[in-house]
Design a protein around this ligand. Structure first.
Ligand SMILES: [Zn+2]
Length: 80
């Protein structure tokens, strides 16, 4: 898993609490990756440290993959 820091102009809303943040984690699976903005407050437990990104992203990417496969099947049916 990669972690990073965006420039302040690229800051996004934390997926947990909605606070603007420049911190993010990236989870890569099956050649796809998902970037998850999570706020990081050095003074107290943050969304960044609390959230299990691997679990969250793995679930998200599994759903995306299912949807891709479903659309692929539908597309093939139309051609047949
Ligand atoms: Zn947050």
């Amino acid at each position: 898993m990669k972690v990073g820091h965006m420039s302040s102009s690229e800051s996004k809303s934390c997926v947990v609490c909605g606070k603007k943040t420049a911190h993010y984690k990236v989870h890569e699976q099956s050649g796809m990756d998902v970037t998850i903005p999570l706020c990081d407050d050095m003074n107290r437990p943050s969304c960044y440290s609390q959230v299990d990104v691997k679990k969250m992203a793995a679930r998200f990417l599994t759903d995306v993959k299912k949807e891709i496969q479903y659309q692929h099947i539908i597309a093939n049916k139309k051609e047949a």
